[in-house]
Design a binder for this molecule. Structure first.
Ligand SMILES: Cc1cc2nc3c(=O)[nH]c(=O)nc-3n(C[C@H](O)[C@H](O)[C@H](O)COP(=O)(O)O)c2cc1C
Length: 233
């Protein structure tokens, strides 16, 4: 199988045995199996091309109705990153103060302080934003100015599902180019404070924060990279 065929899974199913197809896809499976959450980083800022390539991989994720409800803020500015850590830490201390005297909270306090601010050693933090949207039924009802109280579609939370797929792709894309990442929800208990710092405006909101460090012409159109990513340096 030549490189072009390998890039189009299934293109030559009739000629290749299952084992040959599996063998040809070995590099992809190695990336899927080899990604691990990394929580300690060397200080040098990774080349922008690598970070952007990983983000481009994120934008190849599927999304409900191809809404692409994601944006990426790349924070490579040490001052902004330090302030992110400070805001998360302040929020943790406020919550821990409320729990003062609680034996279990006392025991996990230091763990929590560390766990929620692990991104402090990352040279680059990628904040992933998403915005919620209604699926097909919600859109149909809205167009006709109708309401259906029992619409259970919202529970599927297509935006959260879609942005999660993008974060997964982001991590795999980063791993494929030698960058390490960790997906983090813990800092989000300071979501409002981080929104203010990073100029995140409604309806956008922070999804979990990833950190680090081919255009598919056959698939549906994707927003241009410069429309979904912004750097803070
Ligand atoms: C939705 C989600 C939230 C996570 N939040 C955190 C987090 O806040 N802090 C952290 O250190 N790891 C976090 N992780 C990473 C998981 O701990 C990690 O993926 C899991 O232990 C499996 O390890 P692996 O990624 O190396 O395979 C999160 C992962 C996911 C998918």
């Amino acid at each position: 199988m030549n490189t072009e065929e390998a890039a189009r899974p299934g293109a030559s199913c009739d000629r290749q045995s299952p084992q040959q197809l599996i063998d040809a896809a070995a590099p992809v499976f190695a990336v899927l199996a080899g990604r691990r959450s990394v929580r300690q980083f060397s200080p040098e800022i990774p080349p922008r091309e690598l970070v952007l390539r990983a983000i481009e991989a994120a934008t190849h994720a599927p999304s409900g109705m191809n809404k692409q409800p994601w944006r990426f803020v790349v924070i490579a500015n040490a001052g902004v990153k330090t302030e992110m850590v400070a805001r998360v830490s302040r929020e943790i201390e406020t919550i821990l103060a409320l729990l003062a005297g609680d034996e279990y909270a006392d025991r996990v306090a230091d763990y929590l302080r560390n766990y929620a601010t692990l991104f402090r050693s990352a040279p680059v933090v990628i904040a992933v934003l998403y915005r919620e949207y209604g699926q097909v039924i919600a859109s149909l009802l809205e167009r006709s100015n109708l309401a259906y109280a029992d619409n259970q579609e919202e529970a599927a939370n297509p935006a959260m599902q879609s942005v999660s797929a993008a974060i997964q792709n982001l991590q795999l894309g980063a791993h494929a180019v030698g960058l390490a990442t960790c997906w983090m929800t813990a800092p989000l208990f300071a979501r409002r404070q981080l929104h203010a710092l990073l100029d995140v405006e409604e309806p956008w909101q922070l999804a979990p924060i990833g950190y680090a460090a081919s255009v598919n012409n056959n698939g549906p159109r994707r927003l241009r990279l410069d429309r979904v990513v912004r750097f803070i340096e």
